[in-house]
Design a protein around this ligand. Structure first.
Ligand code: SF4
Length: 332
């Protein structure tokens, strides 16, 4: 489903919490990696939080950890994230870290490792959501600390969330991805949020992710199945010829996608907590995307205001011109 054919070669080692052995999802994940070395561990943090890990080296050889999340599972959405007008905006930590390796990814700043954790006690997550729904409607981003669609070839997290949302109309689910998605559930409250970037940005800074063409095909495929689709022009990344680059990119997107069918569109430039930036720079010492001389605003590293407005303006004006004004959500 995810279109990542190299997944079985990705994990040379898989660390499994002993208590996770009894969960169905553990079996399901392990069945995809017969050739990997499987090591039993007491607690995922013993591996995940090991000090002194080299993210730069790990980017090309990630390991997998299978664990039970006995801690917090659902979190309040962060202020730098778009809430799309929903009051009760949360995200779920179904997994941590991503099979892809975008240079600018906040996960590099947040975690001291590139290794990926999949939590297998999904029933506990769903119970927590049921409880939250007793208080009123919930908007939940399930693919937040990871790309769940990219992992859907090895674990069923994405379809678990889809099934839950399908049977709970008050629960609006966002599944954000850069992966190639072939199967979708057509429901108003299940939003497939595709992040799109110019091919130049993908090649430079979004390692291992599908091409723009593949992403656009996925979007069209989802639309043809009647899915609720969000386009995310976020993050916009600075390159010297950004005006040309992003104008050509909008042309490509508007040529390929029937924009009238899109539910809504988010626009935002790269922004990151200043505390994370140092870690990201260590993890990507040669990436111009993260070594830009950012400004600091309210604890966040951001592009200087004039540049930010110019970059956002390109997308905003072009999309308004295409009749999308009422669908736009812009992070200023
Ligand atoms: S696809 Fe998203 S979560 Fe994955 S590395 Fe890129 S920015 Fe991070």
């Amino acid at each position: 489903m995810c279109g990542i054919s190299s997944l079985p070669e990705v994990f040379s080692h898989i660390y499994v919490e002993k208590r996770a052995r009894e969960y169905i999802m553990t079996e399901q994940v392990l069945s995809h990696f017969k050739g990997s070395t499987v090591i039993d561990i007491e607690h995922y943090k013993d591996v995940f939080n090991r000090p002194g890990q080299d993210l730069y080296l790990q980017n090309s050889s990630k390991n997998l950890i299978i664990a039970v999340n006995e801690g917090k599972k659902i979190f309040k959405g962060a202020p730098v994230c778009q809430d799309f007008g929903f009051d009760r905006f949360y995200y779920a930590e179904s997994a941590m870290n991503c099979i892809f390796s975008c240079d600018y990814c906040f996960l590099k700043g947040m975690y001291g490792t590139s290794n990926i954790v999949i939590f297998v006690n999904y029933v506990d997550y769903l119970k927590e959501c049921e409880k939250m729904l007793e208080e009123g409607p919930v908007y939940l981003c399930a693919s937040f600390d990871t790309d769940l669609a990219a992992l859907s070839g090895i674990c069923s997290w994405q379809s678990i969330w889809e099934d839950f949302a399908a049977s709970h109309p008050e629960f609006t689910l966002e599944l954000r991805t850069k992966a190639a998605v072939s199967r979708v559930t057509s429901k108003e409250n299940i939003i497939y949020a595709f992040t799109v970037s110019p091919e130049k940005i993908i090649k430079l800074y979004e390692k291992n992710t599908p091409t723009l063409k593949t992403r656009l095909n996925s979007i069209n495929n989802a639309l043809s199945q009647g899915a609720s689709v969000r386009l995310c022009f976020d993050p916009i990344i600075y390159v010297k010829d950004y005006e040309l680059c992003y104008n050509e990119f909008v042309d490509t997107v508007l040529d390929a996608v029937d924009i009238k069918l899109i539910r809504d569109i988010s626009i935002g430039t790269f922004r990151i907590s200043s505390g994370y930036l140092q870690n990201i720079r260590r993890a990507c010492p040669y990436s111009s995307a993260v070594h830009f001389p950012f400004a600091k605003e309210d604890g966040y590293a951001v592009y200087p205001k004039k540049l930010r407005q110019s970059m956002i303006g390109i997308l905003e004006n072009r999309l308004k011109g295409a009749g999308c004004e009422s669908k736009l959500y812009v992070m200023p």
